[in-house]
Design a protein around this ligand. Structure first.
Ligand code: HEC
Length: 164
């Protein structure tokens, strides 16, 4: 009886030991995954904004040339940038303000659908003012955006070409 008891306790202890080892292995794996995750490159708020800046400029020249397919592409690139800020920059309080840009983007989308340059122009002005309003609200008032006067990329065609 005593012997059986000792055997049971020993087996129990061994099983417990195995369990502890397994937990330790899992813990190590979790720690290394956590480290990998925190070392993963994530673009900063300013980098997302720089990409949005390029698309803001391209959008203007696409609209100005009534190249509606390109304009549609560019406005969606801006929307993607905004969504990325909402997804990847949750720790920045400014991200909560980003949705103030949606009415201007909706208006641009409408102008593109209607192929209406005068609506496009007023919507683009609204968009640009909204960029600046948010910069002011975020204490980045020194960061002023305007309607561009020269094409941003000389290696891209903004006019509607034969293939469009
Ligand atoms: C949340 C409100 C908000 C909106 C809306 C917004 N921005 Fe910004 N923007 C910021 C903040 C905050 C920064 C500073 C980012 C940083 O800390 O690097 C910034 C930075 C920038 C920069 C500087 C990037 C650099 O590193 O040189 C540009 C250019 C810019 N924004 C363009 C735009 C344009 C164009 C729009 C509109 C289409 C826009 N922003 C809309 C908040 C906003």
């Amino acid at each position: 009886m005593k012997q059986t008891f000792i055997i049971i306790v020993t087996c129990g202890l061994l099983a417990c030991n195995q369990q502890t080892k397994k937990i330790q292995v899992l813990q190590n794996r979790m720690d290394s995954l956590q480290k990998k995750l925190s070392d993963t490159y994530k673009p900063g708020f300013g980098e997302f904004m720089s990409a949005i800046q390029a698309h803001h400029s391209k959008l203007w020249f696409a609209g100005k040339n009534e190249n509606w397919k390109l304009a549609d592409f560019e406005v969606h690139e801006i929307m993607e940038g905004i969504e990325n800020i909402q997804k990847f920059q949750t720790e920045r309080k400014e991200s909560q303000m980003i949705e103030i840009i949606y009415p201007a983007l909706d208006s641009i989308n409408k102008a593109i659908q209607q192929k209406n340059f005068s609506l496009f122009k007023s919507s683009f002005t609204l968009l640009t003012n909204t960029c600046n309003n948010c910069h002011r609200a975020a204490n980045f008032e020194f960061n002023v955006v305007k309607i561009p006067d020269t094409q941003p990329f000389s290696n891209q065609v903004f006019k509607v070409n034969a293939s469009n």
